[in-house]
Design a protein around this ligand. Structure first.
Ligand code: ADP
Ligand code: MG
Length: 552
């Protein structure tokens, strides 16, 4: 086949494939241009999730007629002064956003009394100063791309997320989205953060402020008292640019290693500043991935700084410290304590059992054997003819519920009074998007106003804190989208929540309860496998035990 040079329009469309993925990316590109133009107020309007209209207006420098004409040309930028791609102080520099957007929509740019359409034709306009870019009918000319857009609600949710990140990147700028989400110029950073991440962050954020040579880190991280089910409220900035970066995210995880489970995520709003030549922002067209010149040093700096800040509240909250009940009090309880209206079960001896010997003998032959004892209020020790078995009671219970959900045929129970859960409107949108999947897991939800969800039916078999659970589910959908494994994840999440409210580790069980749990696990499909989460049990054969004691 002959080699040919592609026409400009096609080149722009190809570039648009990378730069303009969805309405939120258009908002991001246009808002970045407004930031670069020195705007102090940026007003964004989005109609039908951005399909019908995206408008970004700023009070920045505006453009002269010549600049306006050039702005829409491919690889035209005012931002790379020399040839140094590593010395970038602006948000844009590739000079491809406007031509790309123009190639896949009906674009108008207005500035200083002029209006230019996507073909570069200029007419007079009433728009006096600053710039307004209006994008109509995004992807209308490219049905293949249109098909990839999700519901208006979900696209809007992505726009809200994008604006939130930009607003946190630039607290000095006032931001307004659809006249509904408003971030006031110059408000304290913590106020802006709470608006973005939710009121529950109140009083739970720790301030970070550290310098190491030319590296600087400031902002907030959450105390271990608050966490999310995904990285949704982790706002990370490199030289004031919102970034999603493996080095930064990994450093944060490492810093919280001892105080948070791997499935939980701290909140943060962290600004890393380093010399522009120490970071390459030109790794991807969307400019959210970055390359650090010294990733190990950046990582180490963040881990050290955050850990130091975390050390204080961990001591205060007593996290990590063991509760020390004196031994003789456990063995010889003075009286059966009553705490908070409940009997303190740890005072009851575990061996108090009326299980007849014949039942014990029969049970010993079963795969998970006869439960003899519970240790640490979390492990069940049982015996069968081959040896010793240790069962993690929490994992066991989780697996039982999970497999029940997975097997389908969940009985639903109607709630007498629908449960109305308040959440952020983008979280509500996320929950509604997976309505059908939730129904398959036994939960019937409906929209209830803009930022509320009503639960009408729930799985009959268990009661959870549905508000907490749905918020976690929403965060996960927002973070990972509508993946093929969503149903499995929902089941797992439900199971996880369900067992937090029942046989959680830390609960004392009677021998009868322990044996009942073992029988349920034996009856559960894949009861012993660990393809989902943690192992449920481990066996130690007599051979293994003998080996340890040098018996043969
Ligand atoms: P880049 O931002 O990478 O330079 P763009 O295609 O986004 O490329 O924009 C091209 C040029 O148009 C910019 O370099 C800038 O000079 C001009 N421009 C775009 N939007 C604005 C705006 N809102 N205000 C002032 N100038 C703008
Ligand atoms: Mg730009």
């Amino acid at each position: 086949m002959p080699v040919r040079i592609l026409p400009d329009d096609l080149i722009n469309k190809i570039a648009a494939g990378e730069v303009v993925e969805r309405p939120a990316s258009v908002v991001k590109e246009l808002a970045e241009n407004a930031i670069d133009a020195g705007a102090t107020e940026i007003t964004i309007d989005v109609v039908d999730g951005g399909r019908a209209l995206i408008s970004v207006a700023d009070n920045g420098s505006g453009m002269t007629r010549e600049d306006l004409e050039k702005s829409i040309m491919r690889h035209a930028t005012s931002k790379l002064l020399g040839d140094d791609l590593l010395n970038i102080k602006s948000m844009g520099f590739r000079g491809e956003a406007l031509p790309s957007i123009a190639s896949v929509s009906d674009l108008t740019v207005e500035t200083n009394g002029l209006a230019m359409d996507g073909g570069g034709n200029i007419k007079p306009s009433s728009w006096a100063s600053g710039t307004r870019a209006r994008v109509k009918d995004l992807f209308l000319k490219i049905p293949a791309r249109l098909k990839f857009l999700r519901s208006d609600r979900v696209e809007m949710m992505a726009v809200v997320e994008t604006v939130k990140r930009l607003a946190l990147a630039r607290p000095d700028i006032g931001w307004t989205l659809n006249n509904k989400w408003k971030y006031k110029a110059g408000e304290p950073l913590i106020a802006r953060f709470k608006q973005a991440a939710g009121d529950d962050a109140e009083g739970k954020m720790l301030e970070i402020n550290a310098v190491d040579g030319e590296l600087k880190l400031h902002g907030f991280v959450s105390s271990p008292a608050i966490r999310r089910a995904s990285g949704i409220d982790q706002y990370l900035f490199g030289n004031r640019r919102p970034v999603k970066d493996k080095v930064l995210v990994g450093a944060l995880r490492a810093a919280y290693f001892d105080v948070m489970h791997a499935r939980e995520f701290p909140l943060c709003c962290l600004y890393l500043e380093l010399p522009p030549e120490h970071v390459d922002v030109n790794v991807s067209p969307s400019k959210t991935d970055v390359h650090f010149l010294e990733p190990a040093r950046v990582r180490d700096f963040i881990v050290r700084t955050v850990r130091r800040e975390l050390a204080e509240p961990i001591r205060e909250l007593g996290i990590g410290a063991q509760s020390h009940t004196p031994i003789n009090e456990q063995w010889f309880p003075a009286s059966t304590e009553i705490t908070g209206g409940q009997m303190n079960m740890s005072a009851v001896p575990a061996t108090l059992s009326l299980i007849p010997d014949s039942v014990v003998a029969e049970t010993l032959e079963l795969p998970l054997g006869f439960a003899r004892a519970q240790i640490g209020n979390k492990y069940i020790i049982s015996e069968n003819p081959e040896g010793l078995i240790i069962v993690d009671q929490h994992a066991a219970h989780e697996r039982i519920i999970y497999e029940k959900l997975r097997a389908g045929g969940i009985l639903r129970q109607q709630l007498l009074i629908p449960l109305v859960i308040k959440m952020r409107s983008e979280q509500a949108a996320a929950v509604l998007e997976i309505k059908d999947k939730l129904a398959e897991s036994g939960l019937i939800v409906e929209s209830f106003g803009d930022s509320e969800i009503a639960v009408y039916e729930k799985p009959a078999d268990f009661d959870l804190d549905w508000a907490e659970c749905l918020l976690a589910v929403a965060d996960e959908v927002m973070a990972v989208g509508h993946s093929s494994t969503l149903q499995e994840k929902l089941h797992l999440k439900f199971a996880n929540y369900a067992c937090h409210h029942s046989v959680r580790s830390g609960q004392k069980l009677s021998l009868e309860q322990m044996n009942a749990l073992l029988r349920q696990i034996e009856a559960t499909e894949r009861g012993g496998q660990c393809n989902h989460g943690r192992p449920v049990w481990k066996k130690f054969s007599f051979d293994e035990l003998d080996g340890n004691f040098e018996r043969s």
